[in-house]
Design a protein around this ligand. Structure first.
Ligand code: SF4
Length: 480
């Protein structure tokens, strides 16, 4: 999955990778420090790079680098330098653009209207087309990130107040985006007309706060006010808060994967608590795919909440059967160790006392390639489990995502070419059951407003030309 933003090759997992995390605040002397805290809470949305841009009313200063928030701001001087009352922050996982510091955000430019910094979560479907067109006209890009295209479009827009220029620029892009823009004296938050990615508004005393997830409001002590509506632009400046609107979209397409995996369970996403929805996925999964078993365990941490739901509905006791290490960074291991699945073992260790002799239901939130799950099942069997029944809290992922989650080709998705029975065989489970698309959509409020394209192939926008060609070739060869 892409950026939007990638959980960097998370050692030992093939989990879907994420988006980016956004945080903004305007009207507090501690703006940079609060942005830093907000980025900490949003670290799960991107661990490749982090950065903060802060305006003191005269100029915008930026500090950004590769790595986790704690690594990028590892010296008190980094934050001290960022003086001012308005700031935006960004955690990145690259879905477009390579992994290097040039692509770290916020991006900052100087153009005809002065300084502007931007932070983006999402993925522009027509980025290649727009960029190609601008390059042919002589534009020079400093990064390979799709986000920079929007800055170029703003610079080319007819001169006017900044919000007008941003609206004109965004009218040319297709895809998913939440943007935070920081000008000398303005913070502007925008969500695309289909509303793919979440963005919410809070308040800390009198200062407005904007964040990808409400857990970032909690950490700074801000109160949740509401979500930014799809197609809404919210401008915070000396006049208070002003609302503008992008062109209306005929449909909405909020990413259902936010509920399945991406968002923290303690966050409010699209107006709902992620924990509540994820637990309901687990209950529904138990209804659709019961199992005769002694215990339910989760692949931690992302499947914990669905596993609780499964346990609740089935009456099978929930146990902690796998311990996850949170301290695994990049690892350099020999090919022999590779074969022993050491990467998975570095990250997860089975609890023998819990698993030995038991019939175990293992709850996973989703399956991308299936390789991690196969290795995990070997570990669970190695710890003495009598039977292993895998239940997945989402339908089979058959189609790539073009909207900021890093599953960009069909080839890497095991369910795009394999039946459920072949996948069961590949991962080595005694049985395998996925939540159905109907079940998934039944759980969420307003299912028609959700995107579930990676499960159904029903894309809410035009798709990139390369993908259309790939589909055509697969059809032609009879592969699908
Ligand atoms: Fe989310 Fe899947 Fe839609 Fe991508 S295709 S936005 S991951 S639901």
């Amino acid at each position: 999955m892409k950026n939007g933003c990638q959980r960097p090759a998370s050692p030992g997992t093939d989990a879907p990778r994420h988006h980016c995390g956004l945080f903004g605040i305007c009207g507090d002397d501690r703006a940079a420090e609060l942005a830093y805290l907000g980025l900490y809470a949003l670290q799960h949305r991107g661990q490749e790079s982090a950065g903060i841009a802060c305006s003191d009313g005269k100029r915008i200063l930026v500090h950004k680098d590769m790595g986790l928030v704690s690594m990028v701001f590892n010296d008190p001087s980094h934050l001290k330098r960022l003086t001012g009352r308005c700031a935006i922050g960004h955690n990145r996982y690259s879905t477009t653009g390579s992994s290097n510091v040039l692509n770290a955000q916020p991006l900052s430019v100087e153009f005809k209207c002065g300084q502007l910094a931007a932070a983006h979560n999402g993925n522009l479907v027509n980025a290649a087309e727009l960029r190609g067109h601008m390059e042919r006209e002589g534009s020079i890009f400093q990064t390979t990130a799709d986000s920079e295209i929007v800055l170029h479009l703003i610079a080319r827009a007819a001169q006017g107040p900044l919000p007008d220029m941003i609206l004109e620029a965004l009218s040319k892009v297709v895809g998913s985006y939440c943007f935070l823009f920081l000008a000398r004296d303005q913070l502007i938050a925008v969500r695309d007309p289909m509303g793919f990615r979440p963005l919410c508004i809070g308040r800390l005393n009198e200062a407005p706060v904007v964040a990808s997830e409400s857990c970032a409001l909690d950490i700074v002590g801000a109160e949740y006010v509401r979500g930014v509506e799809p197609g809404e632009m919210v401008i915070f400046d000396a006049n208070g808060m002003t609302i503008r609107r992008l062109a209306e979209s005929p449909r909405r397409a909020m990413c259902i994967f936010e509920y399945i995996y991406i968002a923290r369970p303690d966050s409010r996403i699209f107006g709902q608590m992620a924990d509540k929805i994820r637990r309901a996925f687990g209950r529904r999964l138990a209804e659709e795919h019961p199992a005769k078993a002694d215990i339910v365990i989760a692949v931690p941490d992302s499947a914990n909440t669905a596993a609780l739901g499964y346990s609740e509905h089935s009456g099978i006791r929930f146990e902690i059967g796998l311990i996850r290490s949170h301290y695994v960074g990049r690892t350099f291991i020999s090919p022999e160790q590779h074969e022993r699945d050491i990467k998975v073992h570095l990250k997860f260790n089975p609890v023998t006392g819990v698993l030995k002799g038991r019939r175990v239901v293992v709850i996973e939130d989703s399956i991308v390639r299936g390789t991690t799950l196969r290795n995990l099942i070997r570990l669970i069997r190695g710890a003495g489990a009598a039977e292993v029944h895998v239940r997945v809290g989402s339908p089979p992922i058959r189609f790539p995502c073009f909207y900021g989650v890093d599953m960009s080709t069909r080839k890497e998705l095991i369910a795009s070419s394999q039946s459920v029975e072949s996948i069961r065989d590949f991962i080595g489970a005694d049985s395998l059951g996925y939540l159905s698309v109907e079940g998934l959509l039944k759980v969420v409020p307003k299912p028609k407003d959700m995107c579930a394209a990676c499960f159904t192939g029903d894309y809410p926008t035009e798709v990139p030309v390369d993908f259309k060609k790939e589909q055509f070739d697969l059809h032609r060869t009879g592969a699908i």
